[in-house]
Design a protein around this ligand. Sequence first.
Ligand code: 9MR
Ligand code: ZN
Length: 565
Amino acid sequence: MSIQRQCWKVSSGALLCWAALAVATTTRAQTQKYQPTAGIRVNTIGYLPDSAKRATVVGTAADVSKFSVVSVKTGQPVHTGALAAPRYHRDSDEQVRTADFSAFKTPGEYVLRAKGVPDSPPFRIAAGVYNASLRLNLLGFYGQRCGVPVRLEHNGIVYEKAACHLEDGYLDYYDPKRAGELKDGTGGWHDAGDYGKYTVNAAFATGILLTAWEHYGSQLAKLRAPIPESGGSLPDYLAEVKFNLDWLLKMQFPAGRVSHKLTSLRFCPMIMPSEDKEKRYFVSWSTEATADLAAVASQAARVYRPFDTAYADKCQAAAQKAMDAIRNEWEDVRPDQSAFHTGAYLRAADSDRIWALVEYWENTGDENVQKRVERRLMGDRLAVDVDWDWGEGNNLGVYTYLLSMKKRDPAVVAAVKEDLIAVADRIVRQHDRHGYGRGLRSYYWGANGSLARLALNLLMAYRLTGDRRYLDVVVDQLAYLYGRNPYGRSFVTGEGYDPPKFPHHRPSAADGIETPWPGHLVGGGHPTELDWQDVTASAPTNEVAINWDASLAYALAAFYDPNAR
Ligand code: 9MR
Ligand code: ZN
């Protein structure tokens, strides 16, 4: 055992330090920056026959101008293409060349080959090539369940944990007058590599998952995953999401206000969740959490109505109460988290208010709310955010507004559409500049999740314009996350080539099984592209989190093919 301590600058400029006992067998000391090597970086999950197929070749000699697609079965080249001109990719300090083989569409298993560099890892071209990834992603959420025993199998390995956190939670920090009192807050998903449950991020992740359903529900309805509810009255996808929604509803108090989080005072060591006996507390309410619950419960009321009217009514009632609690409050109520060392998940609630207002309006048609929304969307800033995370629900509201069948102000609709397309174009330009097709400029905590999240703006732009360029850029974000990156490795546990071995994820570190729990996207390198550390201690670059996994779910859902295996 050794103590590892690391510090990072956060956006406020303050230093954030993290110290942990690290088990020597599962970690190694912080190493130097990653040193890229020559090779061919591909999406190691594969490519859909009709989609863009791009790879990055690093380190070929100047006189090499060609690459080939080689069949794994026969060892023979089946397609040749010209490498694009070399260019310098500053983020990873490499000379890179793009190999584009989009024209090759024959299903099979292949490697890419170019003279003077090692072959790429194998990859498939197949219909439904991301289906298994979406299934695994859903299983990843199942693996995060709190308060129930969990058992899942992947690649012949069984991952198991006992029911945890059955004493969730105490009210001391919600209302000191009720210190020592318990209220039921069991269930839901653990947020990430820690066992906390944070309303803002949980609602954000769930909102993205419900948005995926609203955009791609007809195909998602056919997805089957081995969760206990499978084959029941709800589609499997919605059954898993409901597990977290049920918990979110418990975070609301009778006055409609919503507790900001439910965690212990500090992070527990790297132990299994059922061994974590720290007392856990509801934190007092916040405007942000209340707005987020109003938003996500409104979405849920729509999504679940065809399957379960009683549940839909319950969600709508919760949304109504949450709206009533914040509707006329212009000042943010911020919770006192000073006793806690767990995640803060607190931003100005403005962006989340918009999300709440739109989702509420979509269900109720409330004209005053519509006026507020339209005034805000016509404000002096872009209505659509380019780079957004758990603190910005705004875009989810924007999508609902744009796709609404309700009567809206045509001038606002046109302006917001224009913003959305401008934002998607910016992402495309950034993608074009990057040696690996990454659509985001910056590298920060959880940026891999934000890359996956680009799919929402891009696919909305595709929906509005039919321009396939946007679709290709989404495919390229998946490619980055699954191996077309300077590491040549998959960033998702349990799948793709050489996936993360030591995510910062307590059950993975503590269960004694060599491979980590599958189906989770790790945060990725920052402050530079080369700073990813596949070590347990690296919470800032190698943690997993539900908001990142939910964004990946959205991107994968778009390509889910119910007619393929
Ligand atoms: O995703 C969060 C990121 O935006 C913050 O910069 C970071 C530091 O505050 O926290 C991240 O969220 C973590 C949360 O606070 C606690 N659970 C694990 C989350 C993922 O690392
Ligand atoms: Zn738990």
